[in-house]
Design a protein around this ligand. Structure first.
Ligand code: AKB
Length: 340
């Protein structure tokens, strides 16, 4: 193996060739997919990243370069796009999240599982070489230890979304062991960002709260004040995803999905952080069906395997993230006022 790599390195240097993956992002218009698309374009060049989604809703993504309509539930739709653009790497970001999944259980099962099988099978059949597939803290359930949840532990998820992610993890590991598929995965916590809104998750409150704080100085939270959940700023999530995919294969010891953590806080704590920037901000609490989902998830996660295996490190704490969210959203709303 060493000599093969050495010869490849000499060959690359001699002929000035560097390996550029040809990337397809499924669900590029979504909260994480959109920011990942721009980051991957920066790293690999716009001509090497094909953004796809089921609709044209996210115009920033549609107009950002290569864009195709792809239905994640349709094998042929994905395969046609893979062949057309000579794709070797897929980031499968399309999924139905926890709260929407409880309203449409069979739709969540179909979308989350069929899309994963299509992509795994494309790799097994030799059409693509590498896959990123996000899992979630939703794989854990009420019987899981809630503080510092270990990488390997009891997992009895109670949401359809959590079930699809847990089952998906088993299939990822299976395809890796049985067919040598290079599939890599992270158990994302709630992701907080200012560019694209999340949709249908239980952790979405931690994004909505910043928008409402700036626009109305008030937020009615659908979780109770002391509900602690694992969260992460988008920049850290993108950084983790890119690092995982760039790590050498030998360093990826876990082929189900890596625990990933940054910060944990409650609605009360995030509202206190917001008040340091917007002193008149007020929060009230009206827990709904999402409270049960949140209560079944961990409060904090032990991600030491990710930190040891491929040097994962986060940068944003609650204060730093809050300062960035408020600055960026103020600019965004000001710009949209100026342009309207
Ligand atoms: C959700 O709330 O469903 C997602 C997740 C934690 O995976 N943000």
């Amino acid at each position: 193996m060493f000599y093969v790599l050495l010869i490849l390195a000499i060959f690359e240097q001699r002929f000035n060739i560097t390996y550029m993956p040809k990337i397809l992002i499924i669900g590029a218009g979504g909260q994480i997919g959109s920011e990942l698309t721009f980051k991957l374009k920066d790293i690999h060049g716009s001509e090497n990243v094909v953004a796809t989604d089921i609709n044209f809703n996210n115009l920033d993504i549609v107009n950002s370069g290569l864009f195709e309509i792809v239905d994640a539930e349709d094998y042929n739709s994905i395969r046609t796009c893979v062949e057309k653009h000579d794709v070797d790497t897929i980031y499968l970001m399309a999924a139905m999240l926890s709260a929407t999944g409880e309203k449409y259980p069979m739709k969540a099962w179909d979308l989350n599982m069929n899309s994963l099988f299509h992509v795994l099978n494309l790799a097994k059949e030799g059409f693509i070489k590498h896959i990123f597939w996000p899992s979630s803290i939703a794989v854990f359930g009420p019987s899981t230890p809630t503080v510092g949840t270990p990488q390997h532990t009891t997992m009895e998820p109670t949401t359809v979304y959590g079930i699809t992610k847990q089952v998906g993890e088993r299939w990822c590991e299976y395809y890796h062991k049985k067919y040598g598929v290079d599939v890599r995965s992270l158990r994302y916590p709630g992701i907080i960002s200012w560019k694209t809104m999340p949709g249908g998750g239980t952790t979405d409150y931690a994004v909505e709260i910043y928008h409402k704080a700036i626009l109305e100085e008030h937020y009615t939270c659908f979780l109770s004040e002391n509900t602690e959940l694992p969260m992460m700023f988008m920049e850290d999530a993108i950084h983790a995803t890119v690092n995982l995919m760039q790590a050498s294969s030998e360093d990826i010891k876990i082929r189900s999905s890596y625990n990933l953590a940054a910060i944990s806080f409650t609605p009360k704590e995030i509202s206190e952080a917001i008040k340091t920037h917007i002193p008149n901000f007020k929060i009230t609490y009206q827990p709904d069906f999402r409270q049960d989902i949140a209560d079944s998830w961990p409060k904090s996660i032990d991600d030491s395997s990710a930190r040891t295996d491929w040097n994962w490190n986060h940068e944003f704490n609650l204060e730093k993230m809050t300062a960035e969210m408020i600055t960026q959203l103020r600019h965004k709303y000001l710009d949209s006022q100026i342009n309207s």
